[in-house]
Design a protein around this ligand. Sequence first.
Ligand SMILES: [Zn+2]
Length: 104
Amino acid sequence: MNRMGYFIFEGIDPNRCRVFYSGTMTERERRAVLSYMNEGVRHEQWMGWATSRMDGSRLGTQCMKTPDEKWRFPEEWNTHYIVEHGLCPPRNFINDAVAWWELT
Ligand SMILES: [Zn+2]
């Protein structure tokens, strides 16, 4: 399974995450991505909370997987980093989201 949004695993300095997730999405892609992530199911439970690397706020305690099981991502990455901070997932993640969305 691919990983998305794990800054440390991806070798991304959390302080610079806005630079690494700075792509753009069309409104249609954004709807597909949010729906793809909202339909995610629990993949793994962690022992504690994750905190936002951008403002320290408390996030989820789980790894989620996308409904097609191609990607895992930290719980609330969608609502927090995309909706609140305006980050953009990588292009291959967006493409998988759109492909899944078109089939649903
Ligand atoms: Zn934040």
